[in-house]
Design a protein around this ligand. Sequence first.
Ligand SMILES: [Zn+2]
Length: 206
Amino acid sequence: MPKGHHYGRSRNRNYTTEYHRIHANLFKLLLTKPVGKYSLTAKLFTEEHQNFQLTELENGTRYLTFSINDKAHHIGLKLDNRSASNKLYITCPYCQKQRQHLYAIKYAYACRQCLDLQYASQSERPQDRLMRRIRKLRKELWGYDWPDVNNMFSQVAYWPKPKWIRWETFEQKRDKITELENKYWPTAIAQMKTPLGDNYMTDYKN
Ligand SMILES: [Zn+2]
């Protein structure tokens, strides 16, 4: 996929309230029920998001299997025996981490972290902040109307020295921006690589 596509997506803000979620507590009863086929009663969910198979491993661990878009999604039930309340967690099919909620998206169930969702109250992500800072410093040197001033794919290392500034000062300022650019890319790329691949549908709401 071309980089530009990812880049565009990373600027979209997706809030968790736009998705339907399932809560771990919903499955507490299944810890003692017989294994077999079950169905969630959630009328806004597709049938594939509702129907699942409850299975138990030899060691007693139980998990649910949803077949969504011809792909098996395994969700483990993990009881936390350390806490007095015996809190139940469900595991995310993508990262296997224990979660209290999983979100229903078009072709999958996944946790908030895997979906890169943001709570409405959550502040700007660190690499967004870094990007703003890089752009600001670039504008101070090359001005607002420099063609690539906002283009994160262009690197200032190749940009010419403005006439008004002394070489020494220019190099100092430019190297500072380059340093920030080098910091920016690894985090930005990490975020673009969603483990969900095609399951991620930005247009899916409700
Ligand atoms: Zn996950």
